[in-house]
Design a protein around this ligand. Sequence first.
Ligand SMILES: Cc1cc2nc3c(=O)[nH]c(=O)nc-3n(C[C@H](O)[C@H](O)[C@H](O)COP(=O)(O)O)c2cc1C
Length: 189
Amino acid sequence: MNVKEAIEKRRAYRSFDPIEISKELVKNLAEVAQITPSCANQQPWRFIFVYDKNKLKILFTALTGGNKWAEKASMIIAVFSKPDYDCVIGERLYYLFDTGMATAMLILRATELGLVAHPIAGFKEERAKEILGIPDEMRLITLVIIGKHSNEINPVLSDAMKLGEKHRPPRKKLEDFVSINNYRDKFNE
Ligand SMILES: Cc1cc2nc3c(=O)[nH]c(=O)nc-3n(C[C@H](O)[C@H](O)[C@H](O)COP(=O)(O)O)c2cc1C
């Protein structure tokens, strides 16, 4: 699979079949994060790969109501960092950007390996940090829900989510977010 194929194949699916998670898979995903670029090579990202079934069960209690579907996850990757792990240039804080890039690489690699890797923001941060022993000063940025896509739609999904299993949610047009040479000169074909 080339990069464009992986980008196109990636979807935030919410219906999963269970799979066994191996140390090798963890290494595979961690290694693409490892070589991600970062400001002054500071590598601010930190990950906890959670796949012990009992630990997962406890972590599910930190999910918000709309994310019940994530209880079918075979693994959850907690992604965290803190501002002074990365460049701070005036008001530009790079820790979220660089950690996001590393997470995107990991998501694409998971996609290439035939898995769903779905990042979520819908969780209780303090509760999840406590469960995972993440120090107070860290920002738990996302939980990446890992599973094998199931063709059988998860019955806990809302109607909108069910639709999302079939079709990618609509995107902005290029001219809504791309300019050429100058802010006011919006892209048009
Ligand atoms: C930072 C972030 C937070 C998200 N949080 C949630 C979430 O809490 N629950 C959920 O069901 N999906 C969540 N999503 C998934 C998005 O809804 C999804 O990526 C978007 O609808 C586009 O669909 P696609 O990724 O399949 O193209 C999140 C995605 C990102 C990047």
